[in-house]
Write a protein that binds this ligand. Structure first.
Ligand code: UDP
Ligand code: MG
Length: 313
């Protein structure tokens, strides 16, 4: 069997501190794999600069050579879109792609194992974290909550899998057929349905630079994830409405009883309470609807996901 051409896709956003290390380690790994005949000699690393403002692109341009390419996006479009840009670009001449974060928190030493599983006939190989003791407590808990929530909402995701994954060329082509703009790759890829497998690794800590996912970004990512794959929040409105109807019935009974007892003025408290209660619930419901309308709005525009400013190889 011919050896496959591998493209390792690395999205970079302000990774000036981390990139030298990353490039050295990935380069060494790829060199080793080419020497050992695991992948073809045309294999390469593709750095996708997601609109960095700290000179990351200049660094990438310096690395470009026979096994390193650089793709500069015209602005910051976010991790998921940057990944898509890299996948679509590499899919032109690579047989297989692996996406990995620039901070190398995912263990690159399992990459040869991924390739083995690809050679064994899998179109998708997910990297799955065994433990995350190096992540902060809040990151760990929020991540666990998020995966649990996704599961409850009925979205198919791989537990503890981020965006460290191998995809065959036809899996990437299939992914490109999904035209949605609110991208949530780790929910989309399992929907493709080709034969897949997992490799396990221990998640390491970020060695340089800061996490580009502060809590606010993670929250919006989570909302994106849930609303991309589930209409369950819409059903929630119905249940909430039913409960409020029952509560208002109870209040009605209370009012009638107190009227019969002749102390009707005391109803003020319950009246105020229910006004606020109902008002609050209406707002919650409205906000859920607003999220969906917002999504219809962004999808309806069919805007391009990214623009390429430069591709050097
Ligand atoms: N990233 C990106 N665009 C962004 C934010 C992040 O391309 O707008 C990249 C970043 O350079 C890194 C990866 O996405 O390679 C994951 O980011 P990070 O490690 O900061 O996230 P965390 O591991 O903390 O979830
Ligand atoms: Mg990271």
């Amino acid at each position: 069997m011919d050896k496959s051409t591998l493209a390792i896709i690395v999205p970079c956003f302000n990774e000036l501190d981390m990139l030298p290390q990353t490039n050295e380690r990935l380069g060494a790994l790829l060199g080793g794999m080419m020497r050992d005949g695991i992948v073809s000699d045309d294999s390469y690393i593709l750095y996708v600069d997601d609109g960095s403002r700290d000179g990351t692109w200049q660094l990438i341009e310096g690395y470009v050579g026979s096994h390193v390419r650089g793709l500069k996006l015209a602005g910051n479009v976010g991790h998921q879109n940057a990944l898509m840009a890299g996948l679509e670009t590499a899919n032109v001449d690579a047989d297989v792609t692996i996406t990995i974060d620039a901070d190398l928190q995912d263990d690159i030493n399992v990459i040869p194992e991924m390739i083995r599983k690809f050679d064994a006939g899998n179109d998708i190989v997910y990297g799955v974290r065994r433990k995350r003791e190096h992540d902060s407590f809040s990151k760990r808990t929020s991540a666990r909550l998020f995966y649990k929530l996704m599961e409850d909402m009925g979205a198919k995701t791989i537990d503890n899998h981020a965006d460290f994954r191998l995809m065959s060329s036809r899996a990437v082509s299939a992914l490109c057929d999904y035209e949605e703009r609110n991208l949530f790759l780790r929910g989309l890829v399992p929907q493709i349905g080709y034969q897949s497998d997992v490799v396990y690794y221990d998640r390491l800590s970020r060695e340089a630079g800061e996490s580009k996912y502060p809590f606010s970004k993670m929250l919006s990512f989570a909302i994106d994830g849930v609303t991309s794959f589930s209409v369950k929040p819409l059903n929630l409105i119905f249940y909430l409405g039913t409960i409020f109807l029952l509560i208002s019935l109870a209040i009605l009974v209370y009012v009638i009883v107190s009227l019969c007892r002749g102390n009707g003025v005391q109803g003020w408290a319950s009246l105020m309470l229910s006004i606020w209660f109902v008002g609050g619930c209406l707002l919650i419901c409205l906000s859920i609807i607003a999220v969906y309308i917002g999504r219809i709005y962004t999808e309806g525009k069919h805007r391009p996901r990214y623009h390429i400013e430069k591709y050097v190889k």
